[in-house]
Unconditional design. Structure first.
Length: 413
Protein backbone atom coordinates (compact mmCIF):
# COMPACT_ATOMS: atom_id res chain seq x y z
CA UNK A 1 0.00 0.00 0.00
CA UNK A 2 2.94 2.34 0.62
CA UNK A 3 3.47 2.95 -3.10
CA UNK A 4 -0.19 3.28 -4.02
CA UNK A 5 -1.41 6.47 -5.69
CA UNK A 6 -3.11 8.91 -3.33
CA UNK A 7 -5.94 11.26 -4.19
CA UNK A 8 -4.99 14.10 -1.83
CA UNK A 9 -1.93 15.22 0.11
CA UNK A 10 -2.19 17.45 3.18
CA UNK A 11 0.51 18.90 5.43
CA UNK A 12 0.15 19.65 9.16
CA UNK A 13 2.63 19.89 12.02
CA UNK A 14 1.06 16.94 13.89
CA UNK A 15 -0.88 13.92 12.65
CA UNK A 16 -2.79 11.93 15.27
CA UNK A 17 -3.74 8.25 14.96
CA UNK A 18 -6.74 7.62 17.17
CA UNK A 19 -9.77 9.82 17.80
CA UNK A 20 -10.60 8.72 21.31
CA UNK A 21 -10.38 11.16 24.25
CA UNK A 22 -6.55 11.19 24.22
CA UNK A 23 -6.21 11.96 20.51
CA UNK A 24 -8.99 14.54 20.47
CA UNK A 25 -7.82 16.28 23.64
CA UNK A 26 -4.31 16.56 22.22
CA UNK A 27 -5.69 18.04 18.98
CA UNK A 28 -7.80 20.46 21.02
CA UNK A 29 -4.87 21.62 23.14
CA UNK A 30 -2.64 22.11 20.10
CA UNK A 31 -5.39 23.96 18.24
CA UNK A 32 -5.72 26.44 21.10
CA UNK A 33 -2.04 27.25 20.57
CA UNK A 34 -2.47 27.68 16.82
CA UNK A 35 -1.08 24.27 15.73
CA UNK A 36 -3.12 22.37 13.14
CA UNK A 37 -3.66 18.63 13.31
CA UNK A 38 -5.36 15.90 11.34
CA UNK A 39 -6.84 13.05 13.38
CA UNK A 40 -7.86 9.69 11.92
CA UNK A 41 -9.54 6.65 13.45
CA UNK A 42 -10.67 3.31 12.08
CA UNK A 43 -13.78 3.43 14.25
CA UNK A 44 -16.86 5.44 13.37
CA UNK A 45 -17.96 8.20 15.70
CA UNK A 46 -21.02 6.11 16.55
CA UNK A 47 -18.87 3.14 17.55
CA UNK A 48 -16.81 5.24 19.95
CA UNK A 49 -19.88 6.97 21.41
CA UNK A 50 -21.57 3.67 22.25
CA UNK A 51 -18.60 1.85 23.81
CA UNK A 52 -19.16 2.08 27.57
CA UNK A 53 -15.98 2.52 29.56
CA UNK A 54 -14.62 4.52 32.49
CA UNK A 55 -16.80 6.89 34.44
CA UNK A 56 -14.61 8.68 37.01
CA UNK A 57 -12.58 11.82 36.30
CA UNK A 58 -9.90 13.18 38.61
CA UNK A 59 -10.28 16.73 39.84
CA UNK A 60 -7.60 18.04 37.46
CA UNK A 61 -9.05 16.26 34.42
CA UNK A 62 -12.53 17.60 35.15
CA UNK A 63 -11.20 21.15 35.50
CA UNK A 64 -9.29 20.85 32.24
CA UNK A 65 -12.44 20.07 30.26
CA UNK A 66 -13.96 23.33 31.44
CA UNK A 67 -10.89 25.57 31.57
CA UNK A 68 -9.56 24.62 28.12
CA UNK A 69 -12.95 25.38 26.57
CA UNK A 70 -14.00 21.83 25.65
CA UNK A 71 -17.33 22.01 27.46
CA UNK A 72 -18.85 22.85 30.82
CA UNK A 73 -21.41 20.05 30.49
CA UNK A 74 -19.67 18.09 33.24
CA UNK A 75 -20.73 20.83 35.68
CA UNK A 76 -24.35 20.50 34.60
CA UNK A 77 -24.76 16.79 33.95
CA UNK A 78 -21.86 15.21 35.84
CA UNK A 79 -21.97 14.22 39.49
CA UNK A 80 -19.37 15.52 41.90
CA UNK A 81 -18.37 12.87 44.42
CA UNK A 82 -16.69 14.20 47.55
CA UNK A 83 -15.88 10.70 48.73
CA UNK A 84 -16.38 6.99 48.27
CA UNK A 85 -17.57 4.12 50.42
CA UNK A 86 -15.62 1.00 51.32
CA UNK A 87 -17.83 -1.82 52.58
CA UNK A 88 -16.24 -4.71 54.43
CA UNK A 89 -17.09 -6.79 57.46
CA UNK A 90 -20.75 -6.02 56.73
CA UNK A 91 -20.35 -2.28 57.41
CA UNK A 92 -19.82 0.93 55.45
CA UNK A 93 -16.78 3.19 55.82
CA UNK A 94 -16.75 6.51 53.97
CA UNK A 95 -13.51 8.04 52.72
CA UNK A 96 -14.18 11.80 52.64
CA UNK A 97 -11.95 13.04 49.80
CA UNK A 98 -12.94 16.67 50.15
CA UNK A 99 -12.21 16.83 53.86
CA UNK A 100 -8.99 14.88 53.56
CA UNK A 101 -7.26 16.49 50.56
CA UNK A 102 -9.58 19.27 49.42
CA UNK A 103 -10.54 17.60 46.13
CA UNK A 104 -13.42 15.61 44.64
CA UNK A 105 -13.84 13.32 41.66
CA UNK A 106 -16.54 13.52 39.02
CA UNK A 107 -18.78 10.75 37.80
CA UNK A 108 -18.90 11.51 34.08
CA UNK A 109 -18.85 8.67 31.54
CA UNK A 110 -15.98 8.43 29.07
CA UNK A 111 -18.54 8.42 26.26
CA UNK A 112 -19.62 11.90 27.34
CA UNK A 113 -16.00 13.08 27.49
CA UNK A 114 -15.59 11.83 23.92
CA UNK A 115 -18.81 13.52 22.74
CA UNK A 116 -17.72 16.83 24.28
CA UNK A 117 -14.31 16.60 22.61
CA UNK A 118 -15.69 15.53 19.22
CA UNK A 119 -18.20 18.36 19.32
CA UNK A 120 -15.46 20.81 20.29
CA UNK A 121 -13.27 19.75 17.36
CA UNK A 122 -16.24 20.18 14.99
CA UNK A 123 -17.11 23.54 16.56
CA UNK A 124 -13.52 24.77 16.19
CA UNK A 125 -13.09 23.54 12.63
CA UNK A 126 -10.70 20.72 13.48
CA UNK A 127 -10.10 17.93 10.98
CA UNK A 128 -11.12 14.48 12.25
CA UNK A 129 -11.73 11.51 9.96
CA UNK A 130 -13.66 8.59 11.45
CA UNK A 131 -14.15 5.17 9.88
CA UNK A 132 -10.93 5.11 7.84
CA UNK A 133 -9.20 1.94 6.65
CA UNK A 134 -5.74 0.71 5.62
CA UNK A 135 -3.94 3.21 7.83
CA UNK A 136 -0.17 3.30 7.40
CA UNK A 137 2.48 5.29 9.22
CA UNK A 138 5.61 5.76 7.12
CA UNK A 139 9.10 7.22 7.58
CA UNK A 140 8.84 7.67 11.35
CA UNK A 141 12.61 7.54 11.77
CA UNK A 142 12.92 10.66 9.62
CA UNK A 143 11.89 14.26 10.22
CA UNK A 144 9.11 13.94 7.62
CA UNK A 145 6.79 11.09 8.64
CA UNK A 146 3.65 10.38 6.64
CA UNK A 147 0.25 8.87 7.38
CA UNK A 148 -1.78 7.22 4.64
CA UNK A 149 -5.34 6.00 4.91
CA UNK A 150 -8.42 5.13 2.90
CA UNK A 151 -11.51 7.22 3.59
CA UNK A 152 -15.02 5.80 3.90
CA UNK A 153 -15.72 6.73 0.27
CA UNK A 154 -12.74 4.65 -0.93
CA UNK A 155 -10.44 7.57 -1.71
CA UNK A 156 -6.79 7.38 -0.62
CA UNK A 157 -5.13 10.21 1.31
CA UNK A 158 -1.71 11.14 2.63
CA UNK A 159 -0.87 13.41 5.56
CA UNK A 160 2.64 14.82 5.82
CA UNK A 161 3.63 15.94 9.29
CA UNK A 162 6.59 16.77 11.50
CA UNK A 163 5.36 14.49 14.27
CA UNK A 164 2.93 11.58 14.47
CA UNK A 165 1.15 10.73 17.71
CA UNK A 166 -0.04 7.17 18.27
CA UNK A 167 -3.16 7.43 20.43
CA UNK A 168 -4.90 4.42 18.92
CA UNK A 169 -5.40 2.37 22.06
CA UNK A 170 -4.28 -1.01 23.30
CA UNK A 171 -5.36 -2.79 20.11
CA UNK A 172 -3.91 -0.22 17.73
CA UNK A 173 -0.98 -0.46 15.35
CA UNK A 174 1.29 2.32 16.58
CA UNK A 175 2.86 0.59 19.57
CA UNK A 176 4.06 -2.18 17.22
CA UNK A 177 5.92 0.34 15.05
CA UNK A 178 8.64 0.51 17.68
CA UNK A 179 11.07 -2.24 16.59
CA UNK A 180 10.74 -5.40 18.67
CA UNK A 181 14.41 -5.40 19.61
CA UNK A 182 14.22 -1.77 20.81
CA UNK A 183 11.11 -1.93 22.97
CA UNK A 184 10.41 -3.31 26.43
CA UNK A 185 6.94 -4.40 27.44
CA UNK A 186 5.95 -4.82 31.07
CA UNK A 187 2.70 -6.61 31.80
CA UNK A 188 0.58 -8.53 34.24
CA UNK A 189 -2.49 -10.66 33.57
CA UNK A 190 -4.75 -10.88 36.61
CA UNK A 191 -6.45 -14.20 37.44
CA UNK A 192 -9.94 -12.70 37.60
CA UNK A 193 -12.27 -10.35 35.76
CA UNK A 194 -15.25 -8.08 36.36
CA UNK A 195 -18.71 -9.20 35.38
CA UNK A 196 -20.39 -5.90 34.55
CA UNK A 197 -24.03 -4.93 34.13
CA UNK A 198 -26.03 -1.86 33.20
CA UNK A 199 -29.38 -1.91 34.99
CA UNK A 200 -32.42 0.30 34.59
CA UNK A 201 -32.95 1.48 38.15
CA UNK A 202 -32.36 4.59 40.28
CA UNK A 203 -29.03 4.86 42.13
CA UNK A 204 -28.45 2.51 45.05
CA UNK A 205 -26.02 4.93 46.73
CA UNK A 206 -25.04 8.59 46.31
CA UNK A 207 -21.36 7.74 45.64
CA UNK A 208 -19.34 4.76 44.45
CA UNK A 209 -19.36 1.71 46.71
CA UNK A 210 -16.39 -0.69 46.76
CA UNK A 211 -17.39 -3.88 48.56
CA UNK A 212 -15.17 -6.64 49.95
CA UNK A 213 -16.81 -9.71 51.44
CA UNK A 214 -16.33 -13.43 51.92
CA UNK A 215 -18.47 -13.82 48.81
CA UNK A 216 -16.12 -11.68 46.70
CA UNK A 217 -15.71 -8.13 45.39
CA UNK A 218 -18.39 -5.80 43.97
CA UNK A 219 -18.43 -2.19 42.73
CA UNK A 220 -21.60 -0.13 42.65
CA UNK A 221 -21.73 2.94 40.43
CA UNK A 222 -24.16 4.65 38.10
CA UNK A 223 -24.31 6.21 34.67
CA UNK A 224 -27.42 8.37 35.01
CA UNK A 225 -30.26 8.98 37.42
CA UNK A 226 -32.06 5.97 35.92
CA UNK A 227 -29.20 3.63 34.91
CA UNK A 228 -26.79 1.93 37.30
CA UNK A 229 -23.41 0.42 36.43
CA UNK A 230 -22.30 -2.48 38.64
CA UNK A 231 -19.54 -5.08 38.65
CA UNK A 232 -18.62 -8.17 40.60
CA UNK A 233 -15.48 -10.29 40.57
CA UNK A 234 -15.69 -13.32 38.29
CA UNK A 235 -13.56 -15.75 36.34
CA UNK A 236 -11.94 -14.32 33.17
CA UNK A 237 -13.62 -17.15 31.24
CA UNK A 238 -17.10 -16.47 32.61
CA UNK A 239 -19.93 -16.57 30.07
CA UNK A 240 -22.71 -13.98 30.30
CA UNK A 241 -25.11 -16.67 29.06
CA UNK A 242 -24.66 -18.53 32.34
CA UNK A 243 -25.96 -15.56 34.33
CA UNK A 244 -29.72 -14.93 34.24
CA UNK A 245 -30.82 -11.70 35.89
CA UNK A 246 -31.93 -13.37 39.12
CA UNK A 247 -28.52 -14.95 39.63
CA UNK A 248 -26.77 -11.63 38.97
CA UNK A 249 -28.84 -9.77 41.54
CA UNK A 250 -28.49 -12.54 44.11
CA UNK A 251 -24.70 -12.42 43.72
CA UNK A 252 -24.50 -8.63 43.95
CA UNK A 253 -26.81 -8.42 46.96
CA UNK A 254 -24.74 -11.03 48.82
CA UNK A 255 -21.53 -9.11 48.20
CA UNK A 256 -22.78 -5.74 49.44
CA UNK A 257 -25.10 -6.92 52.20
CA UNK A 258 -24.36 -6.40 55.87
CA UNK A 259 -25.61 -5.68 59.34
CA UNK A 260 -26.72 -2.19 58.32
CA UNK A 261 -29.34 -3.63 55.97
CA UNK A 262 -27.93 -2.02 52.81
CA UNK A 263 -29.51 -3.39 49.63
CA UNK A 264 -29.23 -2.55 45.97
CA UNK A 265 -32.14 -1.12 44.02
CA UNK A 266 -32.90 -3.75 41.39
CA UNK A 267 -34.28 -3.33 37.88
CA UNK A 268 -34.12 -4.78 34.37
CA UNK A 269 -30.57 -5.58 33.26
CA UNK A 270 -29.80 -3.91 29.93
CA UNK A 271 -26.21 -5.05 29.30
CA UNK A 272 -23.92 -7.83 30.57
CA UNK A 273 -20.17 -7.93 29.87
CA UNK A 274 -17.00 -9.57 31.17
CA UNK A 275 -14.00 -7.26 31.56
CA UNK A 276 -10.56 -8.88 31.84
CA UNK A 277 -7.85 -7.35 34.02
CA UNK A 278 -4.46 -6.45 32.59
CA UNK A 279 -1.60 -4.10 33.37
CA UNK A 280 0.71 -3.01 30.55
CA UNK A 281 3.45 -0.46 29.93
CA UNK A 282 5.61 -0.09 26.83
CA UNK A 283 8.89 1.76 26.75
CA UNK A 284 10.04 3.78 24.92
CA UNK A 285 7.03 6.02 24.39
CA UNK A 286 8.80 7.73 21.52
CA UNK A 287 10.44 6.33 18.42
CA UNK A 288 11.87 8.75 15.89
CA UNK A 289 9.13 11.22 15.00
CA UNK A 290 6.35 9.10 16.54
CA UNK A 291 5.16 9.49 20.12
CA UNK A 292 2.74 7.18 21.98
CA UNK A 293 0.03 8.39 24.35
CA UNK A 294 -2.79 6.85 26.37
CA UNK A 295 -3.70 3.18 26.05
CA UNK A 296 -1.30 2.79 23.13
CA UNK A 297 1.47 3.00 25.73
CA UNK A 298 -0.14 1.69 28.91
CA UNK A 299 -3.24 0.12 30.44
CA UNK A 300 -4.27 -0.40 34.07
CA UNK A 301 -6.95 -2.44 35.84
CA UNK A 302 -10.12 -0.39 36.30
CA UNK A 303 -10.16 -0.68 40.10
CA UNK A 304 -8.43 2.63 40.72
CA UNK A 305 -10.17 4.58 37.91
CA UNK A 306 -6.86 5.63 36.38
CA UNK A 307 -7.06 4.67 32.68
CA UNK A 308 -8.82 7.68 31.13
CA UNK A 309 -7.17 10.04 33.59
CA UNK A 310 -3.71 8.78 32.67
CA UNK A 311 -4.45 9.25 28.97
CA UNK A 312 -5.59 12.83 29.51
CA UNK A 313 -2.50 13.56 31.57
CA UNK A 314 -0.25 12.09 28.86
CA UNK A 315 -1.56 14.51 26.27
CA UNK A 316 -1.38 17.43 28.68
CA UNK A 317 2.34 16.82 29.06
CA UNK A 318 2.76 15.91 25.39
CA UNK A 319 1.02 19.05 24.10
CA UNK A 320 3.45 21.20 26.06
CA UNK A 321 6.43 19.21 24.74
CA UNK A 322 5.21 19.34 21.13
CA UNK A 323 4.60 23.07 21.26
CA UNK A 324 8.15 23.65 22.48
CA UNK A 325 9.55 21.21 19.90
CA UNK A 326 7.72 22.98 17.09
CA UNK A 327 8.89 26.31 18.46
CA UNK A 328 12.32 27.54 19.36
CA UNK A 329 13.32 24.67 21.66
CA UNK A 330 13.54 22.15 18.85
CA UNK A 331 13.38 18.39 19.02
CA UNK A 332 15.16 18.15 22.37
CA UNK A 333 11.96 19.41 24.01
CA UNK A 334 10.40 16.00 23.40
CA UNK A 335 13.01 14.37 25.63
CA UNK A 336 11.03 15.56 28.66
CA UNK A 337 7.84 13.78 27.66
CA UNK A 338 8.65 10.16 28.47
CA UNK A 339 10.16 10.63 31.95
CA UNK A 340 7.38 13.01 33.00
CA UNK A 341 4.67 10.69 31.69
CA UNK A 342 6.25 7.48 32.98
CA UNK A 343 6.57 8.73 36.51
CA UNK A 344 2.82 9.19 36.75
CA UNK A 345 2.13 5.99 34.81
CA UNK A 346 4.07 3.83 37.24
CA UNK A 347 2.52 5.55 40.24
CA UNK A 348 -0.88 4.80 38.74
CA UNK A 349 0.13 1.20 38.05
CA UNK A 350 1.09 0.85 41.69
CA UNK A 351 -2.16 2.37 42.96
CA UNK A 352 -4.33 0.29 40.63
CA UNK A 353 -2.51 -2.88 41.66
CA UNK A 354 -2.81 -1.96 45.34
CA UNK A 355 -6.56 -1.32 45.08
CA UNK A 356 -7.01 -4.54 43.12
CA UNK A 357 -5.20 -6.78 45.60
CA UNK A 358 -6.84 -4.96 48.52
CA UNK A 359 -10.38 -5.71 47.41
CA UNK A 360 -10.36 -8.89 45.32
CA UNK A 361 -10.24 -12.48 46.48
CA UNK A 362 -7.37 -14.33 44.81
CA UNK A 363 -8.25 -17.72 43.30
CA UNK A 364 -7.42 -20.36 45.88
CA UNK A 365 -7.30 -17.73 48.64
CA UNK A 366 -7.16 -19.11 52.18
CA UNK A 367 -8.94 -17.91 55.32
CA UNK A 368 -5.64 -16.26 56.25
CA UNK A 369 -5.70 -14.26 52.99
CA UNK A 370 -9.22 -13.04 53.75
CA UNK A 371 -8.41 -11.99 57.31
CA UNK A 372 -5.18 -10.30 56.20
CA UNK A 373 -7.16 -8.24 53.68
CA UNK A 374 -9.60 -7.22 56.41
CA UNK A 375 -6.65 -6.11 58.51
CA UNK A 376 -5.33 -3.99 55.65
CA UNK A 377 -8.76 -2.47 55.02
CA UNK A 378 -9.03 -1.67 58.72
CA UNK A 379 -5.65 0.07 58.52
CA UNK A 380 -6.89 2.13 55.57
CA UNK A 381 -10.17 3.33 57.07
CA UNK A 382 -9.04 3.37 60.70
CA UNK A 383 -6.07 5.73 60.37
CA UNK A 384 -5.76 9.27 59.08
CA UNK A 385 -2.70 8.26 57.06
CA UNK A 386 -4.60 5.39 55.43
CA UNK A 387 -7.63 7.50 54.54
CA UNK A 388 -5.44 10.32 53.25
CA UNK A 389 -3.40 7.96 51.07
CA UNK A 390 -6.52 6.58 49.41
CA UNK A 391 -8.04 10.04 48.97
CA UNK A 392 -4.92 11.56 47.45
CA UNK A 393 -4.29 8.66 45.09
CA UNK A 394 -7.92 8.39 43.97
CA UNK A 395 -8.50 12.09 43.31
CA UNK A 396 -5.22 12.27 41.38
CA UNK A 397 -2.04 14.24 41.46
CA UNK A 398 -2.23 17.73 39.92
CA UNK A 399 0.16 18.06 36.97
CA UNK A 400 3.64 18.97 38.19
CA UNK A 401 2.78 18.26 41.82
CA UNK A 402 4.47 14.86 42.23
CA UNK A 403 7.20 16.40 44.35
CA UNK A 404 4.74 18.52 46.34
CA UNK A 405 2.19 16.22 48.00
CA UNK A 406 -0.97 17.89 49.19
CA UNK A 407 -0.97 18.43 52.91
CA UNK A 408 -3.49 16.22 54.76
CA UNK A 409 -6.36 18.27 56.10
CA UNK A 410 -7.97 15.73 58.41
CA UNK A 411 -11.54 14.55 58.27
CA UNK A 412 -14.45 13.50 60.42
CA UNK A 413 -14.55 9.70 60.22
Amino acid sequence: MADAVVDTVASVPVAVIGAGPAGLMLAHRLSRAGVDTIVVDTRTRREIETTHRAGILEADAARDLVETGVSDRILREGHEHEGTELRFGGRAHRIHFKALVGESVWLYPQTDVFIDLADARERDGGTVHFGVEDTEVLDITTSAPRVRYTAADGSRHEVRARYVVGADGSRGMCRDLVPEDRRVRYGKEYPFAWFGIMAEAPPSAPELVYAHSEHGFALISRRTETVQRMYFQSSPDESVDAWPDDRVWETLQARVGGEDGFRLTEGPILVKTVLRFRSFVQEPMRWGSMVLAGDAAHTVPPTGARGLNLALHDVKVLADALLRALGTAGETALEDYQPRALRRIWRAQNFSHWMTQLLHTPPGGTPFDLRRQLGELDNVVGTLAGRTYLAEQYTGWPAGSQDRPRRPQGDNP
